[in-house]
Design a protein around this ligand. Sequence first.
Ligand SMILES: C[S@@+](CC[C@H](N)C(=O)[O-])C[C@H]1O[C@@H](n2cnc3c(N)ncnc32)[C@H](O)[C@@H]1O
Length: 277
Amino acid sequence: MINELIEYSKRPKLYEKSSAEFWDDEHISREMLKCHLNPSIEAASRSHHFIDKSVEWIQKEAPRTMYHTVLDLGCGPGLYAERLCHKGYSVTGIDLSKRSIAYAKERASRQGDVIQYIYKNYLDIDYQNVFDLILLVYCDFGVLSHQDRKILLDKVYASLAEKGKFIFDVFTPRHYEGKNENSHWYMNYGSGFWKPKTYMCLESHLIYENYIRLNQYIIIDEEEHIDVFRIWDHYYTIETIRTELENSGFRQVKIYGDISGSSFSEESETMCIVAEK
Ligand SMILES: C[S@@+](CC[C@H](N)C(=O)[O-])C[C@H]1O[C@@H](n2cnc3c(N)ncnc32)[C@H](O)[C@@H]1O
């Protein structure tokens, strides 16, 4: 075990992958769903109060009469999809958590909401000129590698109808200001976020060049099984996000401070982008 630990404790190469499933893990996805559905905590989703505000703003930015068909990438249990459906949009939600998609489908059928939920990796979408509006909410764009972000932006561009809008958010350098590299460990007795049994977590936050951070969690369980979870985050300035969008064909780009339409300033820890095809 110690040799495996020594390997995992070395600084990983840029975009080295986790050793196990994260979003679609049987146990983690159950914990994650609890977080999504807790109205006040900002963990897997933002607070439900913020989401209400956010959907109000999206309606103004992309009115239903002109932006009728919506694709919500990484829709989770459908917090945005359901609200948008109730506002009259025609919504498709895609997520690679079986548990979130099952929950969302069950809830939609119970309420009589017509929403298409699809269990799928959003990097595998293959639409041409279909959607008026595409969403990717809660800074999920930044977790992707350089290559996957380019793939996703190209696919989003292809999926949008002419003049369609892509609305998404990312973290800014301000979010990480003053947060240095650090590592710590803790024991979790009994079931916790990472495992349904006692485990030790070695947690590190590492800084890479060009606006990239890594949050790494090494989990050692009672049976001495080790998993490593690596959550990368690329954060952005206005210039760097514009460049990536332009490389995939987006020309019209508007910047806000968050996905409820607040204005962007040097203090903003997030940036919401509205990119038009
Ligand atoms: C931070 S959560 C945000 C959920 C939702 N957008 C919200 O704000 O309530 C990210 C979501 O993206 C999903 N996800 C992550 N990577 C994905 C991928 N490659 N394809 C599809 N879904 C993905 C996760 O399962 C999770 O539900």
